[in-house]
Design a protein around this ligand. Structure first.
Ligand code: AMP
Length: 113
């Protein structure tokens, strides 16, 4: 069964697009936790970071470079931002399709909750 992110990638359900290229899509989170909260999602399905394989190296590198590019595009380069991947139950993962959260636009507490 397709995940909600696969349906967004396949244009079966709408999303607010922040960026797209051949390998990934970036959308604004439907339940933002910061003034900027974007999800960068590889088009190639990887369930979660713990299941990524050596062959996924290019996809993973592209994902992080894209997150940084979107941060710049959205004006976060000077103020700073955070990139987060939630993995599994304790990590807070809710959608089993790898995605990077890009958060910014306010100071972010550390350690996270
Ligand atoms: P995670 O909990 O790390 O798996 O992150 C899943 C994220 O997807 C959450 O921050 C949700 O708010 C977000 N989300 C779920 N459905 C949608 C949707 N249709 N459009 C945009 N973001 C979504």
């Amino acid at each position: 069964m397709k995940t909600i992110f696969q349906k967004i990638i396949d244009r079966e359900i709408p999303a607010k697009l922040a960026y797209e290229d051949e390998h990934c899509i970036a959308i604004h989170d439907i339940n933002p936790q910061a003034p900027v909260h974007v999800l960068v999602i590889p088009k190639q399905h990887i369930t979660r970071i713990a299941e990524a394989k050596a062959d996924d190296q290019n996809t993973l590198g592209h994902l992080l470079l894209s997150a940084a590019a979107v941060a710049k595009k959205l004006g976060l380069e000077q103020s700073g931002f955070r990139v987060v991947i939630n993995n599994g139950r304790d990590g807070g993962e809710t959608v089993p399709h790898l995605h990077v959260h890009l958060l910014g636009g306010r100071p972010l507490a550390w350690p996270p909750g």
